[in-house]
Structure formats: C-alpha cells, structure tokens
Design a protein. Structure first.
Lengths: 172, 445, 371
C-alpha cells in the first residue's frame, strides 16, 4: 500500500518535473535553489545581446522593490516594468514567472499573501502595458527566500521585491 | 493590591461581620478572616528515585524518574528538591511515608514509585502524597507498557501528578509537529518533523525537497495539514500520521495559491486561505475534498483562521484597514468584528482549546510579541518580546504556548520556545536543530 | 545550448533513476508507526487486590507471574499495605534502618533532551539588585504580596519566612532560635518578558503596584545582609493609619456581647492581621488551575491552645465561583497553607483562646489572578 502509493506519488511528481521542463519550468522548479541570485551569464546569454535573458536581467532590470507592507508601484518601478513590457513584447518566445517576496519583518503566512499581492501587482501592470496575460505566471515566496540576509533595512528593502524570471516558452 | 482604602473597607467589613453574629451566639463562634493575598511560587516536590523491582528495571527506573521530574520542573509550577537534601530514603514502594522527614525539607508533594520489567514489558507504579496534610493525593496507579514506551509512561505519571495538584489537564504525553530547518538563511531547507513535547523522539515526515510551513494537527492527532511548495506553488496537503502519506487537500487550478490551513474543531473540515489574482480570502472545504465554501470576501488579505472549540466562531487576521488586525466572525458567516484594540499589528490568532483566550503575534516598533487576549479582545497581555516571535500554538490544556523565535542577523536562526500564559517560565524547547512553526497535538490516546 | 541539453538529460536521467529507486532515498523518513503504548490505569484498590492475588496464588496476567519468586530485596512487610501506614507508629520496618541514601538508583543526568527543559537558573545571588528604595518588579520565581530581594547565595532559602507573629500577648512567642534563613526572592507580580527592560535597569517599564498593606508583623530577620530594599519595618503598626483602623476594629469587636460571651479579651487587630499574613505567606496559588483561581473557598478548622491547627479538623465549609473539582483543588491548597505555616503555631494569645479556638478562613484568590 504505502509503497505503491508513494511510488505513484514519485512518478507523478517526476512527471510534473519533466513536463515542467518542457514547458519552461513554470512549476517544476526545485525550491531549494535560490533562483534570484546573480545569475551566471553563461546560460542566459551575453549582456551585450539585447535579446538575451542576461540583458533583460541586468540592463532592463528584472526586479522592482516595494515599500514596507506595500504592493503599490512607484515611479521607478513603473519605469522598470515599462522596460520589461517592451522587452517581452519584442521577444515573444519568452514567458515569465513573477515572484513576489517579502522581508522577514512579518508573520510567515501573511507574508506569503503579501508576496502574492506584489507579484500580482507586477503582472497586472505588465498586462496593462500590453503583455499577454497567458505569458505571465506568479508565485509568492513570502519571506522564505531572502536575497540579502542581514537584519537591517538595507537588506529588507532588497528583499521586498518582485522579480520577473524569464524562460523560453512556447517555442520548445 | 490591598490599598489603604480597601484595607479600611475590609477592616470595617470585618468589624461588622464579627459584631453581628456576636449578638446571636457568642460561644463557639468561629474566628472568620478573609485571605486575599497569597504567593505564587513553584511548589516544592521530592521524587526519590523510583525503585527498580528487579535488576532489569534499573535503567528504566532511573530514566523514568528523571523524565517525570523534568516534566514537572519544566512547567515552572514545581520545584524539585534535590535528592541530596532528602532525609528519608524510600526503600520499598509500600513502606509508610515518614512525613516529618519530608516536611522538614519542605517537600509539599512527594512522588514515590517503582518499576518492574517483565520480558519486554514495563510496569510502572506510583503514589503521590500531600506531605503537610499527611495523606495520599489520589489513588496509586499502575501503567503497563512496552519497554520502548518508557517515556510515555513517565509522561503519563507526570500528567497524573500535574492534574492532581493543579486540577488542570496534563500535557506531557503529547507530541509537536514542527518544521526542521537546515542551511543558510537564503537557501533554507525545510522538512516536517514530529517530536515529543519535550523535544525527544524526533521523526522526520518529509524530505527537504520543497519548502513546507505551518503544519497543524487535527483535533484527534491522526492527521497533519500543512503548506508545501512541492508542486511549485504553495499548496495545502493533508498527511496521515500513521502512514506518513500526504495528498493535496483538493484539486486547485494552477496559479491559485492555497495556504494557512487549519482543521475545524470537529476535524471534518479544513479552513484555509486561497489567493486568486493577488487577493487572499478564507475558504472552507471538506477534509476529503469538495464542498468548498468561501467564508470571507474582501479585497484585502484574510488569512490565519482559527475556530473556537465549539465551532461557532472563527477568528482570523485581515489587513482590511491597512495593517494586520484580528477579527471574529460567526462560523456560518455574518457580521465581522475587530477584536484587536492596541497599537501595532496583530496576526496569527489561535483560539485556546479551552475557549477562553486567543493567542496572537503582535508586531510593534520593530519588536514581536506573543500575547493572549480574551475572545472579545479585552485583557490583552503580552507574554514575550524579541526580534522575531510568531505563530503561537496551544498546549491541549490551554495553559502553555509554544511559538517560533528567530534571532536577528545573517546567522539568525529559528527555535521553538514555550511560555506559560501568565508569562512565566519562558524556555527553549530542545530540538535537534533549527526549528519553527510548532503545532501541539492533543493528548495522545 | 547544447550544453544545457546535456545538463537537462542528465537531470532527467537522475530523476528517472530516483523514481526507480523509490524508497531508497527516503531512508530518513520515519518508521510509519505512530507508536502507542498500551497504558492501563489501575486504582489502588485494584492494584492492591492484584498484589494480594499474586501473593496468595492466582497469577494476574498484568502483574507478577504467579507466586512471587524469591524476592531479591528483603520484603518490607509480609503484606503489602493498602496505603503506606500513617506515620506515628512505624511498624517494625526495616526501611528506616539505613538512614543514608545508599541503594537508590541515582537519576543519571545524561545529555538527554529533556534536561534542557530544566527551569531557568534560580535567581540566586542576583547581582543586579535594584538599588533604589522602591524595588522594580523583575522576573522572579516567586510572586508575593511584598517583594523580597534575592538573598545572598549561601543563605538557605526558607520555605517561608518564619512568621514571628508579634502579638501583644507575652505568652509563648516561639523563641526565634530558628536557623538563619532568608525569604526567597519575590516580585510583587509576574513580570513577563514583554515588560522586562531589555538589558538592564532602564527603570520600570510597567507601573509598580503600590506597596500593599501597612506592614503587618513581618517575617523575622533577614539573614540577607545590609541593604534591604524591601520595606520591611519590624515593629508592627508603624503606620498611624493602620493604628487607627486597628483601634476602630478593636473597639468594634469589643462591643460587649450580651451574654454567654467567650471569655478572655478578643483578639486585637494586630493579632488578626498577623494571623492572616502568616497564612498568606504559605498560600501558594501558583499551581492552581485557572478555574480554581476563580474559586473562593471557606475552610474551617479547630486550633489547639498552642495555636496549632488540629489536623483532622480541616474541612471545606463552602465554595463559590468554580466547580466541585476546582473547589477541591482550592481547598487542598488552602489546607496545605494552614498546616504548613501553622506547624509551629500561629502565636495567638492563649487568653483569647475562646475567640480563636474555631477558625473559618475565606480564601479568595480573585486578586491574585494574573498578577
């Protein structure tokens, strides 16, 4: 009983993982790996190639920051997102997963909800700028995946973020 | 407490009380006084090493004595008188108690016991004595169980002692499900784990592939409900404790995050939060899936629901007015009223199993507190203060709380702490590593 | 691109392998058995019955196999006692022969998890005694009406400060030949972490309750040397107000009873107060259930001429505010207080014996809740 059920659970999740790869890694990702850190340029192309992920991440800017407890977009954020929308529309082979994050100054479950609200704010803005909604997905990590680990505002503000993570979509 | 005014009042009341009956019958009139001031201090107890009835039981006898004493000391309500201070030696379980010897060292409670091993089984017997009243407190009891189950037998003895002296239900024979954590702060590995309430007997329930958070026991202790990122999105799972098998609570469309699950009082349904398009509300669903109903409907974040033990009301947190605050509503829907009154933000409300209090996390001026308040929000009382405290869980008797405390900085680490609802006896629970999100089981069957 | 294809296929292969191996990778999963030991409860009566049976012959499945095998230890008594015999006349017990604790299995304190649950270090020799005259509440193991500073380390903590009840009666005040003992450190109320000034004497964060009653006869002598911040004037009735009240009460009390009056002078207010305080210092409401903490009990008892409670006379007269069970708990706690602090006598004037031969004490914990 146990064996067979567990085995099928394994197969199921493995299948999920595999299919996720073919779909661009939306849901099959390993959460244990920090995907928001500085990404090695190799896999993402060269920064000098404006159609590369590296270009998007570093030149366009893959993330925006939020004020404490807020999910509203300020002018700087909107400018960044305008650039993202532009880029996404000129590179239709990519799809994006928008991650919402919170700093550690909050309760765990509330921060999960807050991260979702932030991710949604980013998505909604990109959609309003013309990006097709079906190219955008969201996920919240709450306070589970800080990028900076000190316990000061300098770190907190980097952690209250919305990150647009690209993968090659429909094409493959 | 006794101000001058009240002294005057009581003095005159006393005068009146003594004169009036005096007119009726003076002789044999008892002297009547009112005692309103007392002390609150740990009650001193002595527990001479349990007698090993046979050689094979020697280790078990020593271990069991140690665990009983640790259980009682750990409550903060009892103080153990060291063996070195004992005058009397207990050499036989049935020997008469030399009360004066125990009175002399101010032992107010005396626990005497013996352990016998027969094959793979242990027999534990104990008696409890009220030293100053010179009489037994309750009956002598005997516990029979497997040799391996000695810890539970010790916890059962301690529960008995605790119950007889305090009148409160014991909570030593219980378990706690929690999240075991490893690794650096920006790449934490998390897995569900189970331990005895005192940190012993840790068992892992999941591996560390996916982030897991905020598990909760079902009211009968046979299931655990929790949130996992296993599928990529935060999602609610139900685990059968006996088989350690998990399944998603219900089928949800991709993109909808579900989290913050809790069982309702009868264990038949689960309330949880679901996020749709950035907005989070509270839903209720049958534990076997299906029959989903939406309980809140607001453009704000509604999460961390908790039901009253009688199932009639639900407390939850919401940021509908800006910051997180605590609200109560009837279980079937209806008027929502805010109960948190103070400044700061209030989250993670948890209804006491006794129904009398709601425990919560409070955040104010950069500090976190665990607190309790009456179910109407009155008598708020903060029990702890630190850089980051959150997520209280009640002991089944509603007298003790466990919660997560995380230290600050790059090397900050979470640990599980417990505190009495009076605010006394704050202590760290001995987990094998970093630990968070405890949830207390009911008393084991 | 090609590289990533390799990586991808390698990962896929690994996943498939992992699926194939299945359980092998789950070794650290727990044994799927939530162990429940069968634990049976047996009452004393049954317990003793079983013992008797075992002794006579009938082997009880649960306990000792058949006739007891040759006992390794000297049997204490031929017959197991239902309850250990009440003290005074210890039967020819071999038990007491060895006065020093030898054969006890010493509880070994290995680094087992439970050990870390030990209570926080006792507040002995606390170096940071508040220097001010007014004690700042700080966490203490003991909550008492009147704060007491932590004693010097080497002073034995007395169960309670032996109340030397100062009564006008010269009679038989127990000679204070008591061993030097300091009252245990106490705060006036529970101080939670949330109220504790972080890191030192920043002054009271919480308001201090006013000093309570006007200093009744106080526990004797603190062995605790020198600066004693707790207001503990020795002589009773240093307070004019209290004096006035005492007078008022005394006059009220001494209004002549018409007839059949008990002989002897009535108790003075000071003596009453002393008696009350003496019981208070032993009345520990800390271990009461919250329900019992809402229960007021009236306990009646008789006293000997030496002002000691007569043990068998203690009874619960009535209760209010809680269940029968809560009342029982509250009664037991009150009984402990009366017996414990009355062990050496309450020092009441014997010429007023008629007035205190019978006592009814009302234990009302309302004010002690959530202190």
């Amino acid at each position: 009983m146990t064996m067979s059920l567990r085995a099928s659970a394994l197969i199921l999740s493995a299948t999920l993982a595999l299919s996720a790869c073919s779909q661009g890694g939306l849901f099959g990702r390993d959460d244990a790996v920090d995907l928001n850190g500085a990404q090695a340029s190799g896999a993402f192309g060269s920064v000098s190639d404006p159609r590369s992920i590296a270009y998007f991440n570093q030149i366009v800017g893959d993330r925006i920051l939020f004020a404490v407890d807020q999910s509203t977009l300020d002018a700087t954020s909107m400018a960044t997102l305008d650039g993202q929308a532009q880029w996404l529309m000129t590179n239709p082979e990519f799809i994006a997963l928008i991650e919402g994050h919170a700093d550690e100054q909050g309760t765990r479950e509330y921060n999960l909800a807050l991260g979702a609200r932030r991710a949604a704010a980013v998505r909604d803005y990109l959609v309003s700028r013309g990006v097709a909604a079906n190219r955008l997905n969201t996920i919240s990590y709450g306070k589970e995946r800080p990028i900076e680990i000190c316990s000061d505002e300098s770190c907190y503000r980097q952690n209250r973020r919305g990150v647009t993570v690209l993968t090659v979509g429909a094409g493959v | 407490m006794l101000t001058r005014r009240s002294l005057i009042c009581s003095a005159s009341a006393l005068a009146a009380a003594t004169t009036l009956p005096g007119l009726v019958r003076a002789q044999n009139r008892p002297l009547r006084l009112e005692i309103t001031e007392g002390v609150i201090e740990p009650l001193p107890f002595a527990i001479p090493g349990f007698i090993a009835r046979n050689g094979a039981a020697a280790d078990a006898a020593a271990d069991i004595t140690r665990v009983i004493a640790a259980d009682l000391r750990g409550t903060g309500l009892f103080r153990q008188i060291p063996d070195s201070a004992h005058i009397s030696t207990v050499t036989s379980f049935d020997a008469p108690i030399l009360y004066p010897d125990w009175q002399a060292i101010n032992a107010q409670a005396l626990i005497v016991g013996e352990v016998e091993q027969q094959g793979g089984r242990l027999i534990v017997r104990f008696r409890l004595f009220d030293v100053f009243s010179q009489q037994p407190l309750g009956d002598g009891l005997q516990f029979v169980g497997e040799r391996d189950g000695w810890r539970r037998m010790a916890h059962n003895v301690a529960d008995q002692v605790y119950e007889r002296i305090t009148g409160e239900t014991g909570y030593f024979d219980t378990r706690v499900v929690f999240v075991h954590e490893e690794g650096p702060k920006n790449a934490r590995l998390k897995r569900l784990a189970l331990m005895d309430y005192d940190g012993a007997n840790v068992q892992f329930l999941t591996d560390s592939r996916a982030i897991v958070m905020a598990p909760r026991f079902s009211p009968t202790g046979d299931r655990i409900i929790y949130t996992s990122f296993l599928s990529g999105q935060p999602r609610v799972y139900v685990m059968d404790v006996a088989s350690v098998r998990s399944r998603p609570l219900e089928a949800i469309s991709a993109g909808n995050m579900t989290f913050s699950p809790r069982f309702t009082a009868d264990g038949g349904t689960v309330v949880f939060s679901m996020e749709q398009g950035g907005n989070t509300d509270i839903f209720r669903v049958d534990v076997n899936g299906g029959g989903r109903t939406q309980l809140t409907n607001a453009p704000s974040i509604e999460t961390a629901p908790s039901f009253s033990p009688d199932g009639s009301q639900m407390v939850f947190e919401s940021d509908r007015t800006g910051g997180q605050q605590i609200y109560v509503m009837p279980a079937g829907g209806g008027e929502v009223r805010r109960i948190s009154q103070g400044s700061g933000r209030y989250g993670t409300p948890v209804w006491s199993p006794r129904g009398d209090y709601i425990a919560f996390t409070k955040q104010e001026s950069g500090r976190f507190h665990i607190g309790v308040m009456r179910t109407n929000g009155s008598e708020e009382r903060l029990l702890t203060a630190s850089f980051l405290d959150e997520g209280p869980t009640w002991a089944p008797n509603g007298r003790v709380l466990m919660f997560t405390r995380e230290t600050a900085g790059a090397n900050g680490a979470p640990a599980v702490y417990s505190v009495d609802i009076s605010g006394r006896n704050l202590q760290r629970v001995a987990t094998p590593g970093m630990a968070s999100d405890p949830s207390w089981s009911p008393r084991l069957p | 691109m090609r590289r990533s294809l390799y990586v991808s296929s390698a990962i896929h292969a690994a996943i498939l392998l992992w699926v194939a191996l299945g359980d092998g990778l789950f070794k650290d999963s727990p044994d799927p058995v939530f162990e429940v030991t069968g634990v049976t409860l047996v009452s004393t009566a049954e317990f003793d019955a079983m013992f008797d049976q075992a002794q006579t012959s009938a082997p009880e499945a649960e306990i000792t196999p058949a006739p007891r095998p040759a006992e390794p230890e000297p049997p204490a008594a031929p017959e197991p006692l239902p309850e250990p015999a009440p003290l005074p006349e210890p039967p020819a017990q071999t038990a007491e022969a060895a006065p020093e604790p030898a054969p006890q299995p010493e509880p070994t304190p290995p680094g087992e998890v439970t050990d870390t649950l030990a209570p926080p270090a006792p507040p002995s020799g606390a170096p940071d005694l508040p220097q001010t005259g007014r004690p700042t509440p700080r966490p203490a193991d003991r909550i008492a009406p009147v704060p007491t500073p932590a004693p010097e380390q080497d002073v034995a903590i007395a169960p309670e400060a032996t109340p030397e009840v100062a009564t006008p009666a010269p009679a038989e005040t127990p000679a204070p030949a008591e061993e030097q003992a300091a009252p245990e450190e106490a705060a006036t109320r529970i101080v939670t972490e949330a109220e504790t000034p972080s890191g030192g004497p920043l002054g009271p964060l919480a308001s201090i309750r006013p000093p309570t009653r006007p200093d009744p006869p106080r526990p004797v002598e603190t062995a605790a040397p020198a600066p004693d911040p707790a207001p503990q004037p020795e002589p009773p009735q240093s307070d004019p107000l209290a004096d006035a009240i005492a007078l008022a009460v005394a006059s009220a009390v001494s209004t002549p009873a018409p007839s059949n009056a008990p002989s002897g002078p009535p108790l003075t207010a000071g003596a009453r107060e002393g008696f009350r305080v003496a019981v208070s210092t032993c009345w520990n409401v800390g271990s009461l259930s919250s329900e019992a903490q809402r229960t007021t009990v009236i306990v009646g008892f008789d006293m000997t001429r030496e002002a000691r409670p007569v043990e068998g006379s203690l009874r619960l007269i009535s209760f209010e505010g809680g269940s029968q069970m809560a009342a029982q708990q509250a009664f037991e706690t009150a009984r402990r207080a009366i017996l414990r602090c009355g062990a050496t006598g309450y020092g009441l004037p014997v010429e007023s014996y008629d007035h205190w031969q019978q006592v009814e004490l009302v234990f009302n914990p309302a004010g002690m809740r959530l202190r």
